[in-house]
Design a protein around this ligand. Structure first.
Ligand code: NAG
Ligand code: NAG
Ligand code: NAG
Length: 200
């Protein structure tokens, strides 16, 4: 079995093994469509699909968050699970983002954030927001305002949330999955979900 390696920018080595014949007429896309691509960059992430296109912000500008671009879906994901503080998260979103619309956003199993601050994402939007299993206590009004028109899924389960702006939920026009289970909310306003037509 042959192993093909391509050296990309930033000295990343992409190795594709198995299933690939030496047909000269195959394009890189064909390869990515069929094979898992293993990418090593400080051993930090291994997206299933990777392309030469550089849609993500510069890695050093957004560390310890990291961005992955998926050729197959033409989509970028951002994982900020290792973020150290509210202040750091805010700074990261002041970096230069060549493309502002992401697919997935993650902060999971993080103990460093208590507050998700208003407008923290600075205009960057996400479709799927996974912020489960953290120690978040407060989601401020307009913390997710950049996602009003994009968010289909917001998962805040298993935090310590005592305050969430439920009235704001009706502004998320495409939201179909919202999970705020296993938190510390005492009273959920009776009309919290009023006007949330997309919710299943
Ligand atoms: C993957 O294969 C499908 C079907 O052959 C094709 O429509 C699609 O454009 C391919 N994707 C890429 C990234 O080449
Ligand atoms: C997100 O990043 C954290 C650490 O930075 C890592 O442990 C986790 O596996 C990543 N999640 C995904 C889905 O890539
Ligand atoms: C939210 O995330 C938790 C933990 O990963 C998962 O168990 C739950 O099913 C998710 N909720 C939804 C609506 O997908």
């Amino acid at each position: 079995m042959k192993t093909h390696c391509i050296i990309l920018v930033y000295s990343m080595a992409v190795c594709v093994s198995g299933q690939i014949s030496d047909h000269k007429d195959r394009t890189p896309s064909d390869v990515y469509n069929q094979s898992k691509v293993h990418m090593k960059q400080d051993g930090r992430h291994q997206p299933e699909y990777y392309s030469y296109e550089q849609h993500c912000p510069d890695a050093e500008d957004i560390a310890p968050c990291f961005c992955t671009y998926h050729t197959l879906f033409n989509a970028m994901d951002l994982n900020c699970s290792a973020v150290k503080s509210e202040e750091q998260l805010k700074q990261i979103f002041k970096a230069d983002f060549p493309f502002k619309n992401f697919r997935k956003f993650r902060i999971e199993h993080n103990n460093n954030l208590k507050v998700l601050e208003a407008d923290v994402f600075n205009g960057i939007s996400f479709k799927k927001i996974y912020m489960n299993n953290n120690n978040l206590e407060v989601i401020e009004l307009q913390a997710l305002s950049s996602c009003y028109e994009t968010a289909t899924e917001i998962n805040l389960s298993a935090n310590m949330i005592i305050s969430f702006p439920f009235d704001e939920l009706s502004l998320f026009s495409k939201l179909s999955h919202f999970d705020i289970s296993s938190n510390s909310l005492s009273v959920i306003q009776a009309d919290a979900f009023h006007g949330l037509t997309a919710l299943e």
